[in-house]
Design a protein around this ligand. Sequence first.
Ligand SMILES: Nc1ncnc2c1ncn2[C@@H]1O[C@H](COP(=O)(O)OP(=O)(O)OP(=O)(O)O)[C@@H](O)[C@H]1O
Length: 360
Amino acid sequence: MTDALTVRLALPRADFILDVDLRLPASGITVLFGRSGSGKTSILRSVAGLEKGSAARIVVGGEVWQDDAMGVFLPTHRRALGYVFQEASLFAHLDVQGNLDYGRRRTRAPGAQQRLGEVVELLGIGHLLGRKAGQLSGGERQRVAIARALATMPRLLLLDEPLAALDAARRQDILPWLEKLHAELKLPMLYVTHSADELARLADHVVVLEQGRVKAAGPVDAVLAAIDAPAVVGDEAGALVHGVIAERSEQWHLARVDFDHGSFWLRDGGLALGTPVRLRVLARDVSLANREPLGTSIQNHFACVVESIAADTHPSQVLVRVSCGRTALVGRITRRALAELGLEAGSPAWVQVKSVALLS
Ligand SMILES: Nc1ncnc2c1ncn2[C@@H]1O[C@H](COP(=O)(O)OP(=O)(O)OP(=O)(O)O)[C@@H](O)[C@H]1O
């Protein structure tokens, strides 16, 4: 991975010292994930130059924004960043075009006008340009806020829980726009959330924070399939599978998604053949068998190998990580089932997947 971003920080907080040393990818979305109060927003604010008193080194695309040891500190307005907050702070007296122009005027970079046109298109807000900011829905406001941030031609986009102020339905409306942004922009983004759903849908890379420390970091699939120090616990624990739509059955209204070790059949959502997709396979929907399951209604099953076993949140249960080719899946089963099946690290196992969510 080409590092685009170095974020090294030691920042005293009320109850701990936020102490991180991150090297993050040059493109895609890095999700900062963790409980409330773990230090996520403080990291974004530090990257933006809004926190005093840190011992920090912040480097973006080879440009040193801050190096306290060397006495370097670029003020916020000289850092080429876009910042999107939970609540879009648009100017109520201006229409959408006026708000976007305000963002564009913040930069002297050539091509800003053209970029503005592109982001209006990308975020689907062309029909809103004449509308006053006060007449937008919550989801529309956030799309405008993101477009305004992008209009400044940033080298880095910071998003602090951009969906948290929206209700569940609006969140589902705006997620596809974020996915589109993700697919079409090379720009690195730091995205703060504590939603496992947003993490699974949007992240390429994840940093899990706990009490100001990095608990885990790495590519999203690896972090979600790590069972020793799981980033997501309980009902939302599970792995991600990357695949491609390979067949659609009109007769059964099902689509086949091929991944490196086989295929899943799932509800056909209308995606075209060849579309790359992410599947979220929750641990509670994965069961294990020591021989090929036959005569079952669960049609998605694969021959895999047990990689590791770890304690789950309740003593009656364990999480089992299996490798199916290069893809890792995680299943939750009882300790009793584990003993009766005689499964241990290295055992062959049949994995049955009861339900899969198609994320994009
Ligand atoms: N200016 C400050 N000085 C000292 N401590 C602070 C300051 N601002 C925040 N804190 C504390 O630092 C900790 C981390 O806060 P931060 O807002 O970074 O966490 P977070 O993970 O973003 O939380 P949330 O998800 O609730 O937004 C919290 O305990 C918070 O109370």
